[in-house]
Design a protein around this ligand. Structure first.
Ligand SMILES: NC(=O)c1ccc[n+]([C@@H]2O[C@H](COP(=O)([O-])OP(=O)(O)OC[C@H]3O[C@@H](n4cnc5c(N)ncnc54)[C@H](OP(=O)(O)O)[C@@H]3O)[C@@H](O)[C@H]2O)c1
Length: 288
């Protein structure tokens, strides 16, 4: 039995779909969910529901019963993330789980990171590797979805893309492609302490993003790199909450610094096809 956490989320849900498409019987799949009402579609398919929060050690101990393999989908609650991941890893170990897979983030260099959230991935990887459990680490690249839906700004068609990302490149891939690749690896059954770096086949700058948007919309979209201070002032004047600005700036600093620019074939190999490229991905995400 394989337990997928974050199963009512977008990545975890798509991993489960992939396992089912791979002819893994629903009865061999369990889903950790914190809100049973959100999991009705999983229940209907015959997926085994286990109710629990990463904070709740007792619930995690029960959820791990009879489980051989776990996919731990990373959490996102500031200040709690590493402890929550440790809770899941510890519960898996106590229950005799054979293999724990973790969704990490694909970055170039932990020593030069600006974004503290990203450090939680390295801390979790370190803890998992030292746990004695067999593991798989999926270092996922920045979702193309996150870039297209949250970073471009609402008025990019009229005012262009104005970001403090310099000419930094990111090998974006669609979240659904990354989920499918994870599902394939899990279904294949190998658990040999491997780190996968799931990236697109090329790394793209925001100039490339603007070029693709121009081609897709027929309008000239330009990219202007701006300083962090200019971005902050414009964002606050445009009504973006201070907290959101403070979250975005280190993301941008890491993009500018090339943290997302690694390109590998790992995802293509796992998918058995090239990942969706930038232009096709933007077309799909933005309904262009
Ligand atoms: N590579 C990237 O660009 C990128 C971008 C964004 C996020 N991420 C990371 O990738 C993860 C998966 O992405 P996603 O798009 O699938 O996010 P998502 O749709 O928000 O799903 C996250 C899932 O984790 C569950 N979860 C969160 N905290 C939990 C807790 N304390 N206990 C139990 N379950 C918990 C959520 O439960 P509910 O359904 O009950 O909310 C949800 O099912 C994110 O959580 C984040 O760590 C990566």
């Amino acid at each position: 039995m394989i337990l997928i956490t974050g199963a009512t989320g977008q990545l975890g849900g798509r991993v489960i779909e992939t396992l089912l498409n791979y002819n893994i019987p629903a009865g061999q799949i369990a889903a950790l969910v914190r809100d049973e009402a959100k999991a009705e579609s999983l229940k209907v398919k015959g997926i085994n529901l286990r109710i629990g929060n990463y904070d709740d050690v007792d619930a995690l101990n029960i959820a791990m019963q009879g489980i051989e393999k776990v996919l731990l989908v990373s959490a996102l609650e500031e200040g709690k993330i590493v402890q929550q991941h440790k809770n899941v890893i510890d519960a898996a170990k106590r229950a005799g789980v054979q293999c724990l897979a973790y969704t990490s983030h694909c970055l170039q260099n932990r020593e030069t990171l600006h974004n503290p959230i990203m450090l939680t991935h390295y801390e979790t990887e370190d803890y998992l590797m030292a746990s004695g459990l067999k593991y798989i680490i999926f270092r996922n690249i920045l979702y193309m979805d996150s870039m297209a839906l949250y970073m471009l700004g609402r008025d990019y068609l009229d005012n262009g893309i104005n970001l403090p990302a310099g000419d930094g490149r990111v090998a974006y891939a669609l979240r659904c492609d990354q989920a499918e690749a994870i599902g394939h690896v899990l279904a294949a059954g190998d658990c040999s302490n491997r780190i996968y770096r799931f990236t697109g086949s090329r790394a793209y700058s925001f100039t490339d993003v603007a070029q693709s948007l121009s081609e897709l919309t027929g309008k000239t979209v330009s990219y202007r790199p701006v300083s962090a201070e200019t971005y902050r002032t414009n964002a606050l004047n445009g009504g973006m909450p201070q907290k959101v600005v403070d979250l975005i700036l280190p993301f941008m600093a890491d993009i500018a610094g090339g943290q997302g620019s690694t390109v590998t074939n790992d995802m293509e190999e796992a998918l058995g096809r090239p990942p969706i490229d930038l232009k096709a991905g933007l077309k799909q995400l933005l309904n262009l």
